[in-house]
Design a protein around this ligand. Structure first.
Ligand code: HEM
Length: 397
């Protein structure tokens, strides 16, 4: 089996294939998506920082100039929302949008949220353990980051159940070659989400509260599309990967019981354990970049107008950077994993994600004397966004 993101066996364990790619074909052309796969840590890291590449090309060229077909008209509402957020634009627009919200996400700012995050984590974990366990994803992993980011933005509690389905449907578009049905679902979700946020912003403009949506409505230089795009991005990016790190991370610990025991015994390992869980089973396996000027990687010329697929999951298992990379080592000290990206789009929410993960893993370790797997979990079919469908556990207090 080679690189095959539509094959469930590959999705379940892509790491053998990555070993081969890193060794034998660090840069290779993947016909089905027309992308260049990049497998080694040093190359992924360098290309993320290379300004000759971009998340978009629309600031320097048209679809036509890049030899791309125009986007189907029905997708317009989707791209309107997505391209108004910082993740899908390049400087100078990126610099401006990121500056406007970065104050809310500095390490100091999010550290002040820790007591609130802790309280939410504890109450979810208490309820979970009291009832003897259940699906950890639905009952702890999802509600924690959704509640935290929804509170930061000021989404009323009664509406929060809408966020997960909208986000999941929008994310369907980020898989490789999405089906027409997935595309339509994503467009519908983007439209509904956007209408919802416009009406919320109108309320907050009239009657501001102490939340991020209210603060954004007070910024004159932000257009309405940019306000909506920023909120959609924060709400989606603000929970999607954290949910998967929690599920993938616990599943990794169950498959490595000696490491789980080590962590139970020495709780000071929690910070390095979280980083290691993010490295060992990378929640976002791949990110793409457009080549804006010809580049050369390992003697391979990659021309302007093509796309590279940076294999984060492979970079995170590169033996040139991580000694004994297939070993899960909760005490791994030197761990420059790439799971939060690098360069100008480096994850804005990394400090918040780290707090959420520390608090949820910490609360479960504290509160559950035993945690046992009830059934072997299944991976969701997507390759790019790597996560479990459910994680059924028995818990005792
Ligand atoms: C463990 C959880 C998380 C992971 C693994 C993760 C990963 C990433 C990665 C890899 C990128 C860069 C994508 C690229 O370069 O193409 C990114 C960007 C971003 N993330 Fe996260 N993220 C996580 C949690 C969060 C949270 C909690 C937030 C909360 C607000 C957040 C907000 C963002 C934003 C706004 C961007 C865009 C930054 C920019 O374009 O300048 N993320 N994230």
């Amino acid at each position: 089996m080679g690189f095959d993101p539509w094959n469930p066996d590959f999705v379940a364990y892509p790491y053998r294939v990555y070993d081969e790619l890193r060794r034998e074909a660090p840069v290779s052309y993947f016909e089905p998506t027309g992308q260049w796969l990049v497998a080694r840590h040093a190359d992924v890291n360098a290309l993320l920082r290379d300004r000759r590449l971009g998340r978009s090309y629309l600031h320097v060229a048209t679809h036509e100039e890049f030899g791309r077909p125009p986007e189907p008209e029905f997708q317009e509402p989707f791209w309107r929302v997505i391209r108004a957020g910082m993740l899908d634009v390049e400087p100078p627009v990126h610099t401006r949008l990121r500056r406007l919200v970065s104050k809310a996400f500095t390490p100091r700012m999010v550290e002040s949220l820790r007591p609130q995050v802790r309280a939410i984590a504890r109450s979810l974990v208490d309820a979970y353990v009291d009832k003897g366990g259940g699906d950890l994803i639905a009952e702890v992993a999802e509600p924690l980051p959704v509640t935290v980011i929804a509170e930061m933005l000021g989404i009323p509690e009664a509406d929060r159940h809408l966020l997960r389905p909208w986000s999941a449907d929008i994310c369907g578009m980020y898989e490789l070659n999405p089906t027409p049905q997935a595309q339509h679902t994503a467009v519908r979700a983007a439209t509904e989400f956007s209408d919802y946020l416009k009406s919320l912003a109108a309320d907050r403009r009239r009657k501001p509260g102490d939340d991020l949506v209210s603060a954004l409505t007070q910024i004159d230089e932000l257009t309405e599309d940019e306000l909506v795009g920023t909120c959609v991005l924060l709400l989606n990016a603000g929970h999607e990967a954290t949910v998967n790190v929690t599920g993938n991370g616990w599943w990794a610990l169950f498959r490595n019981p000696a490491e789980l025991a080590r962590l139970r015994e020495d709780r000071s390992l929690l910070p390095t354990a979280i980083e290691e869980l993010m490295r060992w089973d990378t929640p976002l396996q791949m990110f793409e970049r457009w080549v804006l000027e010809d580049i050369e990687v390992h003697g391979v010329r990659i021309p302007r107008g093509t796309e590279v697929a940076l294999l984060f999951g492979s970079a995170n298992r590169d033996p040139a950077v991580f000694p004994d990379p297939d070993r899960l080592d909760v005490g791994r000290a030197d761990n420059p994993h790439i799971s939060f990206g690098a360069g100008i789009h480096f994850c804005l929410g990394a400090p918040l994600a780290r707090i959420e993960l520390m608090e949820s893993f910490g609360a479960l370790l504290d509160r559950a004397a035993t945690l046992e797997l009830r059934a072997e979990p299944e991976w969701k079919p997507g390759y790019v966004i790597r996560g479990l469908r459910a994680l059924e556990l028995s818990a005792t207090g």
